[in-house]
Structure formats: structure tokens, C-alpha cells
Design a binder for this molecule. Structure first.
Ligand SMILES: Nc1ncnc2c1ncn2[C@@H]1O[C@H](COP(=O)(O)OP(=O)(O)OP(=O)(O)O)[C@@H](O)[C@H]1O
Length: 250
């Protein structure tokens, strides 16, 4: 028999970085995309979010920086509720990278795109320059500051889109299908990059090898519900679970 340790001997649980409770969301056409999501992510965790097409992965991720606001239930980042009034603080904490980098790159040069966030945070010019340099170095694009974003390859544009978010030093990085469309070398570079990041990371993907190589924890979403949440090796070893939810190891 195991006895629970008295409360005073237990290590205090760290405050979660992300706390989603009983989240329900309907699109304006009435389609219910999320059916009561509960999710806790602690600082420093790296999580993969997987599930078949239409499972609700993007819908859930769009709640984390307030692009969608909870219809019922709640979302909080570092204890701050995601509400219309808190959007400025939430967006400083959460960096969201869309699947299509062209949704994120709109300036005449790579430098301008990566500097856009820090400039709008009101940072001094030296600090903006330092942040742009650090972000481009981190994604392996140092030297391409003056390039027009649409003259970059897809893999480079994806990395530039990530740099536009890294330059704001968010605590949580949320990436939507970062490896989609990349060639083997681009994927390898992405995997090394994701492993090197210190930030808490939530990544939606259909790339099961990426899941296996980068993320200690995996959440499976299907039809707007979390159907599994646990250590990645355990989930990926459960062929019946994967098959039930339209997933398979390559
Ligand atoms: N703007 C919208 N209006 C109505 N329904 C939507 C809208 N966007 C998404 N949906 C529906 O909500 C559900 C969840 O979509 P979502 O894009 O979150 O899934 P996903 O898991 O990210 O899918 P995928 O793997 O294909 O990217 C789907 O049934 C989708 O058709």
C-alpha cells in the first residue's frame, strides 16, 4: 500500500503556463469544433497536438492567443484569462506561427518583418536590432536581412515566419504544421531548431516522425475532444489507439 505524503512534504505544483478548462467553441455557422477541452501545459514542456483532418487542432490553437475567444469554458496563459481586454498581454506571451508563412510575411524585407513585433512593443532601436539578429541567427537566416520574403524558398519563409515571432521573446510558441511541405533537409533543420528552442512549445502536425523525434508529450484530438494525452513513446506504440483516430506511424 502506498501512502500519500502529508501536504507539507509535497513539492508545490508549478503554476501552469497554459490552462484550458471545459472549453467549448462553435463557429458562427453553428458547427461545434470543440466539445469541452481540458488541457494543462507546464512551463518548458514540448507538446505535439495530433489528430485527423478537422479534429479541431487549429481551432484549439487559435484560442491560445485570443484569435478565437472561448464561447464557454476558459483559457488562461500564465494565469491571465484570454479575454478581449487582455489581448495585448496575451499576445506578448504567446507567439503563433501559421501553417502558411505567407500569412505572416508582409514587409518588403526579412528584416522589416522580424522587426515589426519588437517595434510595436515600443522597444528602443538597439534592442530591436539585437532581437532581429538573435531571431534570424536562431532560425539560420542570418545574412538574409535585406532579402524580399517572397524571394525565399518555402523552408526559408517558414523559418522567417518563426523568426517574426521569436523576436518578441514569447513564453509559449504555438506552431501549426511547421514541417508541411518541407524537403528532407528542411525537415531535419526544423527538427534541430525545435529541439534547440527553450520556449514552451505546442505544435500541431501530421508528421509522426517529427512527433517522435521532438516531443516528450503528445495529445490526440478527435472530433473536438482530447482522446489521449501522455508520453509520446506510449501513445505512438499503441497501434490500435492510433488507428481508431485515423493516425498511423509511417
Ligand atoms: N471558419 C469556420 N467556419 C465553420 N467551420 C469551421 C471553420 N473553420 C474550421 N471549421 C470546422 O471546424 C472543425 C475543426 O477544424 P480545424 O481547422 O480546427 O481542424 P484541424 O484539426 O486543424 O484540421 P487539419 O488537420 O485539416 O488542419 C472542422 O470540422 C472544420 O470544418
Amino acid at each position: 500500500m502506498t501512502l500519500e505524503a502529508p501536504a507539507r512534504d509535497r513539492a508545490p505544483a508549478a503554476a501552469p503556463l497554459v490552462l484550458v478548462e471545459r472549453l467549448i467553441f462553435r463557429y458562427p455557422n453553428g458547427h461545434q469544433a470543440l466539445h469541452g477541452i481540458d488541457l494543462r501545459i507546464d512551463p518548458g514542456e514540448k507538446l505535439a497536438l495530433i489528430g485527423p483532418n478537422g479534429a479541431g487542432k487549429s481551432t484549439l490553437m487559435l484560442h491560445l492567443n485570443g484569435i478565437h475567444l472561448p464561447a464557454e469554458g476558459s483559457v488562461a496563459i500564465a494565469g491571465i484569462p484570454v479575454t478581449r481586454q487582455n489581448l495585448g498581454r496575451i499576445r506578448a506571451l504567446v507567439g503563433l506561427v501559421f501553417q502558411d508563412p505567407d500569412d505572416q510575411l508582409f514587409s518588403p524585407t526579412v528584416y522589416d518583418d522580424v522587426a515589426f513585433g519588437p517595434i510595436h512593443m515600443g522597444l528602443a532601436r538597439d534592442e530591436v536590432e539585437a532581437r532581429v539578429a538573435r531571431a534570424l541567427e536562431a532560425v539560420g537566416l542570418a545574412g538574409l536581412e535585406r532579402r524580399q520574403p517572397f524571394h525565399l524558398s518555402l523552408g526559408q519563409r517558414k523559418r522567417a515566419a518563426l523568426a517574426t515571432v521569436l523576436s518578441m521573446s514569447p513564453q509559449l510558441l504555438v506552431l501549426d504544421e511547421p514541417s508541411a511541405g518541407l524537403d528532407p533537409r528542411g525537415r531535419r533543420e526544423l527538427i534541430n531548431l525545435l529541439r534547440s528552442l527553450d520556449q514552451t512549445l505546442l505544435v500541431s502536425t501530421h508528421d509522426m516522425r517529427l512527433v517522435a523525434e521532438v516531443f516528450p508529450r503528445t495529445v490526440i484530438l478527435d472530433e473536438g475532444r482530447i482522446v489521449a494525452d501522455g508520453p509520446t513513446p506510449d501513445l505512438l506504440a499503441d497501434a490500435a489507439l492510433l488507428e481508431r483516430h485515423g493516425l498511423e506511424m509511417p
